[in-house]
Design a binder for this molecule. Structure first.
Ligand SMILES: Nc1ncnc2c1ncn2[C@@H]1O[C@H](COP(=O)(O)OP(=O)(O)O)[C@@H](O)[C@H]1O
Ligand SMILES: O=P(O)(O)OC[C@H]1O[C@](O)(COP(=O)(O)O)[C@@H](O)[C@@H]1O
Ligand SMILES: [Mg+2]
Length: 502
């Protein structure tokens, strides 16, 4: 089978391409030989000369991000036909292991292209589990996020309805529940209607990850598919579980379903629940706007979640358009001084008559760090944040009083209200696709992977690609620049500091 990419016109390749076509062909063969668990590592970049391309137009080959397969450490693993093979309407949508999705889809024909490719997610023709042997477990960890229940429901639904699996357990209260809690059987009945609920029917927690105890519990109960819903911390925990399962040579697919309200997981387009959160955050901004414009010198501050990444604040601001200033962790600011926020607020009150500020909870932590002696940490080891919104409100209240200016100041903190809602229609659909893809990946024998959309296509991503990098707002990107042009906010840092940051 030829390994052919959709034609992508690019400049004629330089001389180094002479052996590249051979490398490409080698890569194609390797993928084929491995039954599709694509084996090229990230360093294997190569370029195919147009003259050598069987397809005519120029194409480039390389950098397929490999997803681990159980066969990598278990020899002679039996392979079976997908139980849905007999259903023509399903079988025609089987995804081949050499179907790939480019990470970078917008290219400049004259510039080098990031050739990273991910394996397209979806049901495979060949599977490595028989439905009757599967014993699956689902756990949710870390902070809540709209859509967790939809994910739980859809994993159960896909396992049981699409593949005919009997046994699916729900693990209570996060990682600790594997070894310290009563597991609950999940099925159509116990998951009916849960996609309309916020939170997680399984419960969640921070801390409590004990790799040995978790894998012991999984081994004792004969679990061979583990679906782990959680954010960056959870994914690091999932990585440890899969490594230990591999060390013990267990036939166990460990699958991460990325969850975060903060949208801080890299590679994927955005995380589930984020859309619902932005929608809900706007309600708080609406309220702030009404309060601010209804009183003389109305000033409203809305604090939104976003520990290290200000995506919710940025997108809620951009979609609301009623915001004067948006502050995110990615851009430092000063409250006072010539270029400080306070002066800008005064200008808006003088000009427009009122002012609305949106602040992500992780913004301005450097300002607060000077006031706190020792930083705190939660049970997962995340630094606990001081309340920047409240601090700003108090500081401004005092400053206005000192300046003899009467203001009507309202501080709105809807953080948990934004996080605890049910998923909206968009996220319910997103979670459905995501969960089904996770199940298909596990049945196909893949492990140590996470799943999510890249350029709109669901793909399987090696866990190692997402564990140590955070997705953050790029303040040089056009989305942030658009926000700045909407709000008209300047940089609230002295020019010297700006140079340092740049
Ligand atoms: N480095 C790590 N190794 C193992 N487990 C971890 C690690 N970091 C976090 N965890 C576990 O993952 C779970 C969730 O992590 P947390 O940071 O609270 O939320 P999130 O996964 O949403 O980022 C917790 O049970 C925590 O103990
Ligand atoms: O639930 P807690 O412990 O109060 O934590 C709040 C934190 O959880 C989050 O909502 C999400 O954090 P995680 O995705 O890491 O779980 C952050 O935005 C916020 O800082
Ligand atoms: Mg986290």
């Amino acid at each position: 089978m030829a390994f052919v990419f959709p034609a992508l016109v690019a400049p004629r390749a330089p001389a180094r391409c002479a052996s590249a076509a051979r490398t490409g062909a080698r890569l194609a063969m390797q993928i084929e030989r491995d039954g599709g668990s694509a084996t090229a590592d990230a360093s294997k970049k190569s370029v195919m000369d147009p003259a050598d391309s069987p397809d005519g137009p120029y194409c480039e080959i390389g950098a397929v991000r490999r997803v681990s397969h159980l066969r990598d450490f278990l020899e002679d693993l039996p392979v079976f036909a997908n139980p849905a093979s007999g259903r023509e309407e399903v079988a025609r949508h089987f995804v081949a292991n050499d179907d790939l999705v480019f990470k970078q889809c917008v290219v400049n024909a004259l510039k080098p292209r990031d050739m990273t490719m991910y394996m397209r997610a979806g049901a495979r023709e060949q599977v490595y589990f028989q439905p009757q042997e599967v014993r699956a477990a689902i756990v949710s960890c870390g902070g809540l996020c709209p859509g967790i229940n939809t994910v739980i429901r859809e994993i159960v639904g896909c396992l049981q309805k699409e593949y005919g699996v009997d046994t699916v357990f729900g693990i209570p209260n996060g990682y600790r529940g594997f070894y310290n809690g009563s597991w609950k059987e999940l099925n159509e009945e116990t998951t009916r209607g849960i996609h309309k609920l916020g939170g997680s029917i399984l419960g969640s927690s921070r801390g409590g990850h004990d790799t040995q105890k978790i894998v012991d519990a999984l081994e004792v109960r004969g679990i061979n598919m583990v679906f782990i819903i959680g954010g960056d911390g959870t994914i690091r925990g999932a990585d440890k579980i899969q490594l230990e399962a591999r060390r013990r040579r267990l036939k166990m697919s460990v699958v991460s379903i990325p969850k975060t309200i903060d949208n801080d997981i890299p590679v994927i387009d955005h995380s589930f629940g984020f859309n619902s959160a932005v929608e809900e955050a706007q309600r708080a901004i609406d309220a702030a706007n009404v309060e601010a414009c209804s009183y003389p010198n109305g000033l409203a501050i809305v604090k939104l979640m976003g520990r290290n990444s200000g995506f919710i604040a940025m997108e809620a601001t951009l979609s609301s358009r009623d915001v004067d200033v948006c502050l995110i962790p990615e851009e430092s600011f000063t409250l006072f001084g010539e270029v400080g926020l306070y002066n800008f607020v005064k200008e808006r009150l003088n000009g427009k008559g009122y002012c609305v500020i949106v602040v992500a909870e992780g913004a301005g932590q450097d300002i607060l760090a000077c006031l706190n002696d020792t930083p705190g940490f939660d049970k997962s080891g995340n630094r606990t944040l001081s309340d920047i919104g409240l601090h700003m409100a108090n500081e401004f209240k005092n400053a206005f009083k000192q300046d003899g200016i009467e203001v009507s100041l309202k501080y709105i903190d809807p953080t948990y209200m934004v996080r605890a809602i049910r998923a909206n229609a968009y996220d319910n659909l997103y979670c459905t696709m995501l969960s089904h893809m996770a199940v298909h990946g596990a049945f196909a024998g893949f492990t140590a992977f996470t799943v999510g959309p890249v350029n709109g296509y669901n793909v399987y991503i090696p866990i190692e690609d997402v564990v140590n990098v955070k997705n953050m707002v790029d303040t040089n990107d056009r989305l942030w620049l658009r926000l700045v042009s909407t709000t008209g906010q300047p940089r609230f840092t002295p020019l010297d500091d700006q140079c340092e940051i740049l």
